[in-house]
Design a protein around this ligand. Structure first.
Ligand SMILES: Cc1cc2nc3c(=O)[nH]c(=O)nc-3n(C[C@H](O)[C@H](O)[C@H](O)COP(=O)(O)OP(=O)(O)OC[C@H]3O[C@@H](n4cnc5c(N)ncnc54)[C@H](O)[C@@H]3O)c2cc1C
Length: 380
């Protein structure tokens, strides 16, 4: 890997890899099979500091920086994509907007608990009729005296089943042009008027709790507004810019895990009197996978590094997400090919990697959306 890591970043990789190997890997197949969240691992993840990596030290986090955080997500995903997305949605989609747009009071009220993993965060933008076209969302927040009253429905909310804090996007001005009338709110998980629906049964990341949320006259204090009234769409879009690097890292980790399983198998499996790794056909697959991983890692780390250094990184994040998502599907598919028939069964983690990889092409902006962002930057 030609991207130079600092000692701290290298230590983060080592610590999270060890945790993933010992505590995450043994649970990964079971939570996938049972479609259940790995709640028993959350305290240990909190202990390791995984929920506070992008939160500064004065707010209870470690302030480890974007690249260390990305490495942690990658290492979790190498063993289990579900564990990775729990941390990613919590950090990139909930901690980040509160840190960036929250008032000093909001930051103090939420970030220390979120950073400690005492509370888990989530982000609620998507609705049944507003996916890619997020600006058409219809969940409403109406001002009544000094309160906001929330009504509407969200779908596909990661961490929905157990989150304590939601960043929710709602329409506050029905008269304003679509994106302009949207505001962001901080909603607590136990609020009266919030119903969390049943988790979706999914192709992959089956342990990740993906739920609908229904708001029925949910009353919020005026200070639940995050940022300025009407700023919500911008908050959501900038949140997703950072999130995309996180999903690129998830895809990278899924691909890395599948690749390692394929290399190990190729060295053990004997056909025609020798390990299949000695067949040029298999070597070419390994070469392609290794090259894909290197390219994806460079793109992903570059986006995170730019973010950490305060440079524009939105286009690089879209490129990283687009490339890594497609690369993860490709690498996981090739890994199954290397294993042959046994790769198609649950005996090895490569079939799970293949199923898990697919979501990275869809959430936090589909491949098509990433291409729109990239093309726009090129055609300016
Ligand atoms: C497991 C899972 C977890 C998720 N977690 C969250 C979460 O935590 N919070 C949250 O708010 N949302 C979440 N989502 C929602 C996710 O971000 C959306 O599913 C995604 O943005 C796509 O929206 P959609 O499903 O409505 O598809 P649609 O927008 O209906 O798109 C359907 C197809 O049309 C294409 N398309 C749409 N518009 C265009 C266009 N202008 N140009 C080219 N192609 C286009 C899309 O690329 C796609 O191929 C999650 C979804 C899943 C499945």
């Amino acid at each position: 890997m030609s991207f130079e890591l600092t000692d701290e970043q290298a230590l983060t990789r080592e610590a999270v890899r060890q945790f993933a190997d010992t505590a995450v890997a043994p649970l990964a197949a079971e939570i996938d099979r049972d479609h259940r969240a790995p709640l028993e691992n959350l305290p240990a993840m909190a202990e390791l500091g995984l929920f506070g990596m992008i939160v500064p030290e004065d707010l209870g986090g470690s302030g480890a920086g974007s690249l260390s955080y990305i490495i942690a997500v990658e290492e979790l995903a190498r063993r289990c994509a579900t564990h990775a997305v729990i941390v990613e949605a919590h950090s990139s989609l909930c901690c980040w907007p509160i840190l960036t747009y929250g008032s000093p009071q909001q930051r103090q009220a939420y970030l220390p608990d979120l950073a400690a993993g005492a509370k888990i965060g989530a982000f609620a933008l998507t609705e049944p009729a507003a996916g890619t076209d997020a600006a058409s969302l219809t969940t409403s927040a109406k001002r009544e005296g000094d309160q906001w009253v929330l009504n509407g429905q969200k779908v596909f909310i990661t961490n929905g089943g157990f989150a304590d804090v939601f960043v929710v996007l709602a329409r506050t001005d029905p008269e304003a042009p679509s994106a302009k009338g949207i505001s962001a709110f901080i909603v607590e998980g136990q609020s009266a008027g919030l119903t969390v629906g049943d988790p979706e049964r999914k192709l992959g990341i089956r342990g990740s709790s993906t739920t609908p949320l229904i708001f029925s006259d949910l009353r919020l204090p005026s200070d639940a507004l995050l940022g300025q009234e009407g700023q919500g769409f911008g908050i959501a879009m900038s949140t997703l810019d950072g999130g995309r690097t996180g999903i690129a890292a998830q895809a990278l980790g899924i691909a890395q895990g599948a690749y390692e399983a394929a290399v190990a198998y190729a060295q053990e499996r004997v056909q025609f009197g020798k390990p299949i790794a000695r067949l040029q056909a298999i070597q070419w697959m390994i070469a392609d996978m290794a090259t894909d991983l290197e390219a994806g890692r460079l793109l992903c780390y570059q986006a995170a590094d730019r973010e950490e250094r305060g440079l524009d990184f939105a286009v690089q994040a879209s490129m990283a997400k687009l490339f890594c998502a497609q690369m993860a599907v490709r690498v996981a598919s090739t890994a199954i090919q290397v294993l042959g028939g046994i790769g198609y069964t649950e005996s090895y983690p490569v079939e799970r990697a293949y199923r898990d990889a697919k979501i990275t092409e869809i959430y936090e902006g589909t491949n098509e959306v990433q291409r729109l962002v990239i093309a726009k930057s090129q055609l300016r």
